[in-house]
Design a protein around this ligand. Structure first.
Ligand code: DHE
Length: 497
């Protein structure tokens, strides 16, 4: 409705409001007339997403142009191609990629004002109302149209399908009993959804540009990591009300963006990666927490973490060292550097037992290889060549393969199955030739797995993990991550944490 109102408003504006004397379109006036009612004052977002350069960094200007011209299907974004000339659309696109005239801010009061309770949990049944096994549900993020689908992991049938906030990123996280799932959008919105009742419970905008969230394993706290503003935000996991914002300032006062926040269950703490200062933070949630960070000072900027199964050691990408560095979280000491030359995507790394020892494997974003490390000695065991750089890796303790995608380059339709004992590629599948195949997740028993055909005209494939045969195809628009409740709450071997 508001979009239609803004269209009518624009249509009735006097000539000259949308173009200046030299007849170059006035992008600021265009924004105010056409976009502001949905996308907010100063481009901070409203019913539509924020349109700041920080928010659009991952979207090509051509795509933004197309969305303005044609609208976005299955959303409130209308098509402006009939109303605006091509020079006006170009001016708008240029404007959206320019820094905001007013520096964007998001205060404690803004967080509180955005908080909404959408359902009263005390009035809802506390047992599953859908008839499916609550620990074998899948939460599937359909990135192409900003939706979430909930699937029964035994019958692979859909239980719910609902719109999400714009651009969910990072894995959704679960309450310890698996009843609730928490989502973070790149736009700063955090939502809590009840998987027993298939109902949204609460939401809050914790920042303007968010990286991810983590949930404490006692189920009490949600910690959100933001680029904009550079801070952590502690929320009450019960209703997402604000508990405490924590400014990300280095030891010497240097402001930083937060790269990501992780849950370390055995340590009763959150571990935080900081983008602009050489520190790792640990914040304990034990007892009555004050959420004052313990600072581990590092010799380098450390980003994108993975952990040993006991969460004693942290594996981080490091810009200066050989690509990777291990930190002992007990002592705070840097233990060793690890040769990881291909920009590892450690968040997707997984571990398993090979030949009586624990190994850790990670894909690399800039080179087509999987790095395999010995978790006891931190020696590089091998590098497994792939058909191109990958993003995600998954396995299950009942599967003999580690599945990894080729996310980038001409072979991005390939999926490699690495034999977990020989550490060699045992099979290469091309589920839909010519279309990007990426990101898998197993059922709780490891018998089947879901695989994304990451394409506008894409699908979720259900594959038998033994025979490798496709047993079902569910059409979807760019399905990205998918998450099995039981695997996630059990911190299962082979899945992301
Ligand atoms: Fe992600 C997880 C960082 C780009 C899809 N991504 C993560 C995590 C981090 C991270 C630190 C782990 C946090 C968590 O799960 O809570 N991602 C980054 C980046 O720094 C990078 C390279 C650039 C950026 O601007 O953010 C990046 N990520 C992407 C994408 O382009 C992807 C493919 C599409 C998208 O949605 O933006 C993407 N990232 C994902 C997904 C996960 C993820 C689906 C969860 C994986 C899982 O299985 O748990």
């Amino acid at each position: 409705m508001r979009l239609i109102a803004s269209l009518l408003l624009a249509a009735s504006l006097p000539v000259g409001v949308l173009a200046n004397a030299s007849s170059a379109p006035d992008a600021t006036a265009l924004y105010q007339a056409q976009c502001q009612s949905c996308h907010g004052l100063n481009r901070l977002g409203g019913t539509g997403p924020a349109l700041l350069p920080e928010s659009l960094g991952r979207i090509k200007p051509e795509e933004v142009r197309n969305v303005i011209h044609d609208g976005r299907p299955a959303s409130q974004m209308a098509a402006y191609g009939e109303l605006l000339g091509s020079d006006e659309i170009d001016a708008l696109v240029g404007y959206l990629y320019r820094p905001a005239e007013v520096a964007p801010t998001w205060s404690e009061a803004d967080v509180r004002a955005s908080h909404r309770i959408l359902a009263d949990v005390s009035q809802l049944p506390d047992s599953p109302q859908h008839g499916a096994d609550p620990l074998n549900l899948f939460v599937v993020v359909e990135a192409g149209n900003h939706h979430v689908r909930i699937l029964d992991g035994d019958r692979f049938e859909e239980l719910a399908n609902f719109p999400s906030h714009f651009a969910l990123h990072g894995g959704p996280k679960f309450s310890p009993d698996g009843r609730f799932v928490y989502f973070a959008s790149r736009d700063g919105w955090v939502s809590k959804y009840d998987l027993h009742n298939l109902t949204m419970i609460a939401e809050v905008r914790a920042g303007l540009n968010t990286r991810n969230l983590a949930v404490s394993s006692d189920g009490r706290w949600v910690m959100v990591g933001n680029y904009l503003p550079g801070n952590l935000v502690v929320l009450d996991a019960e209703d997402l009300s604000l508990v405490k914002p924590i400014e990300a300032l280095g030891n010497d006062g240097t402001p930083s963006r937060v790269s990501a926040v992780y849950t370390a269950p055995q340590r009763d703490s959150f571990v935080v990666a900081l983008k602009d200062v050489k520190e790792v933070w640990e914040l304990s949630w034990a007892g009555t927490p004050d959420f004052v960070p313990r600072r581990i000072l590092a010799a380098d900027y450390l980003d994108d973490f993975s952990f040993t199964p006991d969460y004693r050691y942290l594996l981080a990408t490091s810009r200066q060292a050989k690509g990777g560095q291990v930190i002992d979280l007990d002592t705070g000491e840097a233990l060793t550097d690890i040769p990881l030359p291909g920009m590892p995507h450690l968040g997707s790394g997984i571990y398993w037992q090979q030949d009586g020892r624990w190994v850790f494997a990670t894909p690399n974003i800039s080179q087509g290889l999987i790095s395999v490390l010995d978790l006891a000695t931190w020696e590089l065991v091998t590098e497994i060549p792939t058909e191109g750089p990958g993003f995600f890796m998954r396995s299950h303790e009942n599967s003999k393969y580690a599945w990894t995608d080729v996310f980038f380059g001409p072979n991005n339709d390939a999926i490699h199955l690495i034999d977990k004992q020989t550490l060699k590629v045992a099979h290469t599948l091309r589920p839909v030739p010519g279309k990007n195949a990426a990101h898998v997740e197993f059922t709780q028993d490891g018998r089947y797995l879901l695989l994304s055909v990451w394409d506008t005209d894409g699908a979720l494939l259900v594959i038998d993990s033994e025979t490798l045969e496709e047993i079902k195809r569910i059409p979807m628009n760019k399905p990205s991550g998918k998450y099995n409740v039981g695997n996630k709450i059990g911190f299962a071997e082979g899945t992301s944490h």
